[in-house]
Design a protein around this ligand. Structure first.
Ligand SMILES: [Zn+2]
Length: 451
């Protein structure tokens, strides 16, 4: 057949099409006048969605810089945007993230759409015209196909069963959500929806991709949300007898490829909407595996059967709260006793120092208040021996004001105070002995000066 050389989009405005293909490799679009279209718009037909590798050639390779997320940070990466004659890698669109893969041995880090072209970002330069082997990261792609087709199926049935319209959806890294235009769902509805969704999967219903001309009367039913300036044919994902929807994403060719769908539940959404949380296909297996490992660890830790895990944790939490409360009471009583013990010593002098592993600000303040710091200089710390902790110094106002910042510095801490009391956090108690010597020396000089 003659190859159409006119601008593809322009040609689509007045032509009608049929897809002639029996396998992805033969996937070509013909105008009814017999001319063959070669356009990257049509790379994602029913067949090529399952292609995992493909030989093509480099059309252009231009230096580029992108921002990639790694470990929660967005980092600049410099490399090249490669346009290929044809591609099997899907650029981001329709709520579906982009594909990853390789061109020869170079990882494709990002695929973006630019008009009808897909830009493949790699870190190495390629030569124009060079023949290359393109491979798709199939595990990632098939996961996206399962979640995306799963979303179409759930969306269609939530509408037909309960008239809940989908307003948006999100394909997440671990779970996906569908935003339903309803403030609440009734009890039992999600169970009924899940049951029918899985019934459709068991019925192995075919899913096909169709292209409609923009002026086809059938377009009206499926073209909601189509931009006004759209040119060219419209791509329809047709779940036979269930749903037909305009979409640019990659989909399974049969609902049986979804394996199973689990609706985990619903959460309150934005502006009187409800988010339906779901997993499709392999994600259900991964989730089950993860849950089982967690359950096994909990069984070993709690020494109870899985059915009793929640009760066991609840009991532990309540016990812990009770113990924390009694621990606090004991610490307070201990603080009072420590102070009384010091005060009962006839030769106690005018300096008191104490370190205790357990305790808090209240513990230290009780000791200071009980002893009284008009004539006594008090130095208290709590925390790990050489680690972080809390400190308090108290005594005659004039010496504490000068001493506070010095002690704070020795303990690599931060503190503040007034009225003869200075307290704060210590990042390291390693130099506690030095700080103690400093406080004691000040106390000695102060006593000597008074005499
Ligand atoms: Zn879609």
């Amino acid at each position: 057949p003659e190859i159409c050389v006119s601008d593809t989009n322009d040609c689509f405005k007045h032509e009608t099409y049929k897809l002639v293909a029996s396998s992805w490799a033969q996937c070509k679009l013909f105008c009814l006048d017999g001319r063959l279209h070669l356009s990257s718009l049509f790379n994602f037909c029913h067949y090529c969605v399952y292609a995992v590798q493909f030989v093509t050639s480099v059309v252009s390779c231009l230096p580029a810089e992108i921002k990639l997320e790694s470990n929660g940070k967005r980092e600049k990466v410099t490399g090249f945007n490669v346009v290929l004659k044809d591609t099997i890698l899907f650029p981001e669109g329709g709520g579906q993230p982009d594909d990853h893969g390789t061109i020869e041995s170079w990882p494709v880090l990002q695929v973006t759409r630019q008009g009808p072209e897909a830009l493949h970002f790699i870190t190495s330069a390629l030569t124009q015209g060079q023949e290359v082997l393109l491979k798709v990261d199939w595990e990632r792609r098939f996961d996206h196909m399962q979640q995306h087709s799963g979303q179409h199926l759930i969306t269609a049935l939530a509408d037909s069963m309960f008239e809940y319209k989908t307003t948006s959806w999100e394909l997440g890294r671990h779970r996906s959500s569908i935003e339903l235009d309803t403030a609440t769902v009734k009890p039992g509805e999600m169970e009924a929806l899940e049951s029918v969704v899985n019934e459709k999967i068991r019925a192995h219903i075919p899913v096909s991709v169709q292209f409609l001309s923009i002026d086809d009367p059938a377009v009206e039913k499926v073209s909601r949300g189509l931009p006004d300036d759209h040119a060219g044919p419209i791509r329809i994902i047709d779940i036979e007898g269930v749903d037909a929807n305009m979409c640019c994403g990659t989909h399974v060719s049969n609902l049986s490829h979804l394996q199973v769908i689990k609706i985990l539940g619903t959460e309150k959404g934005k502006k009187n909407k409800t988010n339906l949380i779901f997993l499709a296909g392999n994600r259900v297996l991964k989730y089950a595996e993860k849950s089982y490992i967690t359950e096994k660890s909990l069984t070993a830790l709690l020494k109870t059967m899985p059915e009793e895990h929640v009760d066991a944790v609840d009991k532990i939490q309540k016990t812990m709260k009770r113990l924390q409360k009694s621990n606090l009471t004991i610490l307070r009583n201990m603080a009072v006793l420590i102070a009384q013990n010091f005060k009962s010593q006839p030769d106690r002098g005018s300096f008191f120092s104490l370190h205790n592993k357990d305790g808090d600000n209240e513990f230290m303040n009780i000791i200071a208040n009980e002893i009284g710091f008009q004539d006594t200089v008090i130095f208290l710390t709590v925390g790990e021996e050489k680690g972080a902790g809390l400190f308090l110094i108290a005594g005659p106002e004039d010496i504490i004001a000068a001493l506070g910042p010095q002690v704070s510095e020795l303990l690599q801490g931060k503190g503040s105070g007034k009225g003869g009391r200075f307290q704060g956090k210590a990042n390291s108690l390693a130099k506690r002995a030095e700080a103690e010597a400093l406080v004691q020396e000040c106390s000695r000089r102060h006593s000597a000066g008074e005499e």
